[in-house]
Ligand binder design. Sequence first.
Ligand SMILES: [Fe+2]
Length: 350
Amino acid sequence: MLKWKRVVNLNPGERLAENLKIGNLELKEGTKLDRDMILKLRNSEIEWVCVYSVELDVYEIDLEPLLPHDFLDEMKESIDAIVNQVNTTGRFDPDFVREMSRRFVETVLEQYEKDVFMNLVKMRNFDEYTFAHHINVATISLIISKELGLNEIKIEKVAISALIHDIGKLDVPPYILFARRKLTDEEFEVMKKHPINGEKICRKSGLKDEEIISGVLQHHEKLDGSGYPYSLRDGEITYVGRIVGVADVYDALTTERPYKKPWTPYKALSHIIRSTKAFDTKVVNALIRAFGIYPAGTKITLSNGKKAIVVGSRKGMVYLPIVSFIDDDGRKITVDLSESKKIKILKVGW
Ligand SMILES: [Fe+2]
């Protein structure tokens, strides 16, 4: 991303997005500005310069995916295979889904046992939406289940359900599913059928476990009855439906779509926390315990005046994340705020 900045506002570490000449000194596009260069610029006639946004650099460099790349490739192949099965035969192989889920649970929990929780899958392009959404919702659901202390059998059910929760969208016409705009009321009514379509596909596939099916059917239901397709309330929504529902909203809000900008993880979490009537408080609290109050990707301003990005958080340290920022010499610094007494969070946002 490019931006124009007044020379007086430049910070060390910012990269030039244009060629500049200050007396004999030639600065090429891409040069990382240091203190000396900025001083020379300030003493020159130049008032404005075009730079690349440093903030974006920090974001791109630091947020490593939670799951290993080769594992994500394997999962993508499996999800593509399920989509293909449903598109050609109207059903999927439940044993194949179970096996994929077993691998998924094993790998995610192995990563989660490590101390630091990092970032979710970031889409590289919109074609990857189905894959990234299912993997993210399944990852979040799984970790919530673990935080809630569910047993292995229940955790497995949540994982299977989350991995196929939107399978009914395959029955939604592509002009609605891939609309690069807000849907009309009529189109949204068609879209709202996807949980029922999903349930049908599950039953046709021979999936018999009602709890697994409930996540597919109920993930858009809300405790106050404002959800769909059946406007269920409180006790009518299963634990699978509640968990997958919260995970689904969190991923949907933080993901960029052709018709909307992504919310920041902090804003999405704040929205979910405030929606006390819609979501199960225990589930939301488990989400907070796992992700922290400031999830990875949140922009924060530190007490040292630096603009920082949250890159992770240590388990149990919900208020004190790990952050990265660019120091005065243009170096990227990563600080674990749970171990730093000097640096505090001043505010969310820059
Ligand atoms: Fe959905």
